[in-house]
Design a binder for this molecule. Structure first.
Ligand code: ZN
Length: 150
């Protein structure tokens, strides 16, 4: 298990150093700010919807390594997916970081998300890991413009 743990840690560090989709979207149809006051993580998530398909997604902002790498993985995971699938993925990810259980996801689906299973051992970091997902959820639901984890 320790090899797997190292691999997960490297994946998180890599996404923190080189976040994917780390930019604004010129044609964004949704733009929502997310803030985690406990840690100081703050991000803006941009979504370009084409019907119910997430045509493009990006984010800007700053925070701890967990929050930034999670935002990066989130964008890479939901890009090109239908909003319904993205919401399902959020539910699964939320379960993963709160319980450490990979739940119903197949290994292939789980992919990068599994790197965050260790977060369940650090309850204070759950909000860091889920901030970008909560913000995406809000953007897709057309809810408020500012999301906070409090
Ligand atoms: Zn954080």
């Amino acid at each position: 298990m320790s090899d797997l743990r190292d691999l997960y840690q490297q994946m998180i560090l890599d996404h923190n150093r080189n976040p994917r989709n780390y930019h604004e979207l010129p044609n964004a149809t949704k733009r929502v700010d997310g803030y985690n006051p406990l840690c100081g993580d703050h991000y803006t998530v941009f979504v370009e919807l084409d019907g119910d398909v997430i045509k493009d997604v990006g984010f800007t902002g700053n925070g701890c390594a967990i929050s930034k790498s999670s935002a990066s993985v989130m964008t890479a995971s939901v890009k090109g997916k239908r909003t319904e699938e993205a919401e399902k993925l959020f539910n699964t990810f939320h379960k993963l970081v709160t319980t450490g259980e990979p739940s119903e996801l197949s290994e292939a689906e789980l992919g990068r998300l599994a790197a965050f299973s260790g977060v369940s051992e650090f309850p204070a970091r759950v909000k860091c890991a889920t901030l970008a997902w909560h913000t995406l959820h809000s953007a897709l639901q057309d809810e408020q413009e500012l999301v906070t984890t409090e």
